[in-house]
Design a protein around this ligand. Structure first.
Ligand code: FAD
Ligand code: NAD
Length: 465
């Protein structure tokens, strides 16, 4: 009998397993695929960032080196090598998780897990069926892409991110359905490599769940990269042959529709919690209208001793959110009183410029009637950004009008994926915009834009604009 059986080895499951083992518990983890690490390591965060980096190098070599005074002879793409390097990064990272499981004496089972009772889990694999028992069980089965039938997802020409990460020849044309995180990150990869990319987004702006200014700023940069946007448009159907596809696009609130012919149609309209085959009904666990497992504040389901974490429950579908939840459940099972402040889980989009945010958006503050003040600073006014020719974007600090407490920070710009951590740390300690503005920031760095935006929020006194 294990202390804890964890189903799924993504960032939620494997991090929860390590924390449980550190706390002295005997842990088993079950993963249906041969490689560990889940969506994030195998077909998500890590491979997409590997291709984003490779495509950025190519783009810089072809579009930006000359201005820096670097002359190149013909720069060519070797897509097979790009994918091979990506695969190596993935297998090194997944191998790292395997090592960590061994190091922490966590038993790894390969096969599809399903509930027999709330404590007994069956594992089916080509080698046969076995059962293991756990005093507690954590469901960390993640999510899968949403692929409506009318899009005729065929994994060949109509694809999701999973297949897009393995395209081995630069496509001539790609239509992306969805102007969210996946659409814009992978859209950037292919646009940088020379693909003509159209993004069809149902809402009137890209990144609709983020602060409005972020979407606006990013769209300007992505248009310069050559991405074409159809905002306020939906896709009514996709038809594919072996070698191409035709996407029918319709303007919202209109009968007007038109076809776009492309090599690929990438469906990136969100992901759904993945509970297929778990046999949840056998133990009385229900899911909500979006298919998410319902949990309480300790991430425990309606069945005592059975927990759920990560993409399979409510909240942002982010690797670091899943990790924090894995840690929370392990510590709670061990008798601790852990806590997560969901408001302070940062979000990042790894386009160029990058987008990063934490806390409340301006739209949320407006809607909740909280009095706030805004400070903004554009990267074009920053020496560091001019030195690297990365002048697109801005930092926006939102602070409470009366108390000056920082309520939200939103950024579009160079390396803001890393810069955002200053805001997260300060908000964790409930700092004011004045605190942020009085901290010494090294010069020249991109972080100076944060200080300047905080100065702008505290009485409109930025120094360099
Ligand atoms: P997953 O990582 O989905 O892991 C679940 C695991 O459970 C899988 O390995 C699955 O095979 C296994 N499983 C499912 N059912 C069973 C079963 N019955 N038996 C055994 N095993 C089972 N997030 C970020 O924070 N940053 C990023 O940069 C980022 N980039 C992304 C890029 C892409 C293209 C995608 C698709 C996602 C990205 N994400 C990113 C989101 C991130 O991958 C997820 O939020 C994260 O992986 C969720 O972790 P999880 O542990 O909940 O589930
Ligand atoms: P998303 O929710 O970020 O974006 C989906 C977009 O598709 C939205 O803008 C939505 O308005 C639009 N949309 C929905 N239905 C549509 C339709 N029929 N026609 C046109 N547009 C439509 O989802 P995603 O980009 O698929 O990503 C899935 C999840 O993966 C996200 O929740 C995200 O958190 C996670 N992810 C994170 C990162 C990161 O952290 N950098 C990267 C990739 C993915």
């Amino acid at each position: 009998m294990y202390d804890v059986v964890i189903i799924g080895s993504g960032p939620g499951g494997y991090v929860g397993a390590i924390r449980g083992a550190q706390l002295g518990m005997k842990i088993a983890i079950i993963e249906k695929y041969k490689t560990l690490g889940g969506t994030c390591l195998n077909v998500g965060c890590i491979p997409s960032k590997a291709l984003l980096d490779s495509s950025e190098h190519y783009h810089n070599a072809t579009e930006r080196f000359a201005e820096h005074g670097i002359e190149t002879s013909t720069v060519k793409i070797n897509m097979a090598q790009m994918i091979k390097r990506k695969n190596e990064v993935v297998s090194q990272t997944s191998g790292g998780v395997e090592f960590l499981m061994k190091k922490n004496k966590i038993d790894v089972y390969t096969g599809v897990a399903s509930f027999v009772t709330k404590n007994v889990i069956a594992i089916e694999s080509p080698e046969g069926r076995k059962e293991i028992e756990g005093a507690k069980v954590i469901i960390a089965t993640g999510s899968k892409p949403i692929t409506p039938e009318v899009f005729n997802y065929d994994k060949n020409r109509v694809i999701t991110s999973t297949e897009a990460l393995n395209i081995d020849k630069v496509p001539g044309k790609m239509v992306i359905i969805g102007g969210g995180v996946i659409g814009l990150e992978l859209g950037s990869v292919f646009a940088r490599l020379g693909t003509s990319v159209d993004v069809v987004e149902y809402m009137d702006r890209i990144l609709p769940t983020m602060d409005g200014d972020c979407g606006k700023e990013l769209m300007r940069s992505l248009k310069k990269l050559g991405i074409n946007f159809y905002l306020g448009h939906g896709v009514t159907g996709v038809k594919a042959t072996k070698t191409s596809c035709t996407v029918t696009v319709k303007k919202k609130d209109s009968e007007e529709s038109f076809d776009i012919k492309a090599d690929y149609c990438l469906v990136a309209i969100g992901r759904r919690p993945y509970t297929d085959g778990l046999n949840l009904s056998a133990i009385g666990i229900q899911t909500d209208e979006k298919g998410r497992i319902i949990v309480d504040e300790h991430l425990e389901t309606v069945v005592p001793g059975v927990f759920a974490i990560g993409d399979v429950i409510r909240g942002a579908m982010l690797a670091h959110k899943a990790e924090e939840e894995g840690i929370l459940v392990a510590e709670y099972i061990a008798g601790g009183k852990p806590h997560i402040d969901y408001n302070l889980i940062p979000g990042v989009v790894y386009t160029w410029p990058e987008v990063a945010a934490v806390g409340k958006t301006e739209e949320e503050l407006k809607a909740s009637g909280i009095p706030y003040k805004t400070g903004k600073f554009p990267f074009k006014a920053l020496g560091r950004a001019r030195a690297s020719m990365d002048t697109d974007g801005m930092v926006k600090v939102l602070a409470h009008n009366d108390t000056d407490e920082i309520l939200g920070v939103h950024m579009v710009g160079p390396r803001v994926a890393d810069v955002i951590m200053e805001a997260v740390a300060l908000m964790e300690f409930r700092a004011s915009a004045e605190d942020m503005s009085r901290i010494s920031h090294p010069h020249p760095t991109y972080t100076e834009a944060v200080k300047e935006a905080a100065l702008a929020a505290t009485g409109n006194r930025p120094l360099h604009i």
